[in-house]
Design a protein around this ligand. Sequence first.
Ligand code: HEC
Length: 91
Amino acid sequence: MKANNINRMTWMMIAGTVIVCAVLMNSCMESQKVAGKSGVQLWAENCQRCHNTPSPNTFSHEQWVTIGMHMQTRAQLTEKERDKIVAFLTQ
Ligand code: HEC
């Protein structure tokens, strides 16, 4: 009975490790995909999920930087993604 319990724990730990590895590898591939995307692509894909996308000339450079920080948390973007989008919006 005792040995059986230990066995089960071991298998659960192995399964847990495999799942964590799969998730980590997936997120790694995900960020490589993102790295290849341009600011305009990221903007088009992320910023109209919740609302119509305001055009770049709607706001000043400073305003876009602030909005970028605000919307980064809303859209769950990485800093890189946000920087690319803000660079596109302020070019
Ligand atoms: C998860 C939903 C969501 C995503 C994704 C999102 N926004 Fe927003 N956005 C909102 C909401 C909600 C508001 C209004 C309330 C607020 O300001 O928090 C808003 C407001 C705005 C405003 C008005 C000014 C302001 O800061 O309040 C601008 C401009 C804007 N978003 C731009 C963007 C850009 C650019 C992106 C892409 C990087 C983006 N949003 C992605 C939800 C989102």
